[in-house]
Design a protein around this ligand. Structure first.
Ligand code: ZN
Length: 246
């Protein structure tokens, strides 16, 4: 059957000689892998529309249960070229694309994630230096996938607690904690901003100005939680860290 939807390219991988498997995030089908026949041939109808981050109107064809439906049409709505070509933002964006792929099951609609990603890309295009958009996306996709850190109260007794324990995915107070476990100390401003961002919309992120210290505290919380919860480290983060030490 023929399906039409919108999608954002999360990645593409070579398949056989000249073909590609393109992975999309779509509003109606969630993560969708499609097979594109000879897209790199000169004059291919796909042109540059299969590059990561491209937002396009797509059609695909395949039996209902086919593992790899065939991409039949792809019309670009927005290229996000500027973000793809900037090394600084693209490393951060690659990380969240990989996180999205790891957290979401294939072909399970999640209508909240698609607008979240689209909004983040549009915001970052408008304000390329504001990396808080990436932080906000990570925090919200963890929440939508059911993996959000719990911050503020001890998960065991409900008292106010500032130490975040990786094994609990939560803050735990000193009397309840097993001190052998790994934790990071969260400052009160980091806790406040975290809980604020969990309830607010992307429009607020635009107006929010955080100190470097609070933003990096927030990143440390989210990244250590991701590293502990989502199998191993994300490859892109290692890649980015490798670049820093060069
Ligand atoms: Zn406690």
């Amino acid at each position: 059957m023929l399906k039409k939807t919108e999608g954002i390219v999360l990645r593409n991988r070579p398949h056989l000689d000249a073909d590609l498997i393109v992975t999309y995030l779509t509003p109606s089908y969630g993560i969708l892998n499609l097979y594109a026949k000879s897209p790199r041939k000169i004059g291919s109808r796909f042109g540059s529309s299969l590059e990561p981050l491209t937002y396009a109107r797509i059609s695909c064809f395949g039996k209902e249960q086919a593992t790899l439906p065939r991409l039949t049409q792809s019309d670009i709505i927005r290229t996000f070229n500027m973000l793809r070509e900037s090394t600084d933002s693209f490393i951060g964006i690659s990380e969240i694309l990989e996180l999205t792929l790891r957290l979401l099951p294939e072909r399970e609609p999640n209508r909240m994630v698609f607008p979240l990603l689209l909004n983040m890309l549009l915001s970052l295009e408008r304000e390329p230096g504001n990396l808080l958009y990436l932080t906000f996306y990570k925090l919200r996709i963890l929440s939508l996938a059911g993996f959000a850190p719990r911050v503020g109260q001890c998960v065991r007794c409900g008292r106010i607690a500032g130490r975040f324990y990786f094994s609990e995915g939560s803050t735990v107070c000193r009397s309840c904690a097993d001190t052998a476990d790994g934790f990071i100390e969260l400052s009160p401003p980091v806790q406040r901003v975290y809980n604020y961002l969990m309830r607010t919309g992307p429009a607020t992120v635009r107006r929010l100005r955080l100190t470097e210290e609070v933003h990096s505290g927030l990143e440390a919380l989210i990244n250590s939680h991701i590293n502990y919860t989502v199998t191993g480290k994300l490859n892109t983060r290692e890649y980015a860290e490798g670049l820093k030490t060069l």
